[in-house]
Design a protein around this ligand. Structure first.
Ligand SMILES: [Mg+2]
Length: 94
């Protein structure tokens, strides 16, 4: 069963701080932190750990989108637009 638990849920805080909606520097720092964890996991060679860390990046991106005012439907619309753009460009390998 697919429910909202199976989609990225926006977060407004982590173990260190609360993220301000309009503070781009905080969000950029958080994405960089998570990307560094992706790189570490990639070098360790554990595919599942890498998948978890990639999901953390997706969650931060989702959280920033939410902070910008995009609710679940708004984020789906943005996702569809990017998927459509990538399809038109032939990037999906279909
Ligand atoms: Mg992480």
């Amino acid at each position: 069963m697919i429910d909202k638990l199976h989609f990225p849920m926006p977060c407004r805080r982590d173990s260190k701080m609360e993220y301000e909606a309009d503070d781009d520097k905080q969000w950029i720092a958080k994405i960089n932190e998570e990307v560094a964890e992706v790189i570490r996991a990639a070098y360790l060679g554990d595919g599942y750990e890498l998948a978890l860390e990639l999901q953390d990046v997706i969650t931060v991106c989702t959280s920033w989108q939410a902070a910008l005012g995009f609710d679940f439907g708004g984020r789906q619309k943005v996702c569809a637009e990017v998927n459509d753009k990538n399809r038109r460009r032939g990037y999906l390998g279909e």
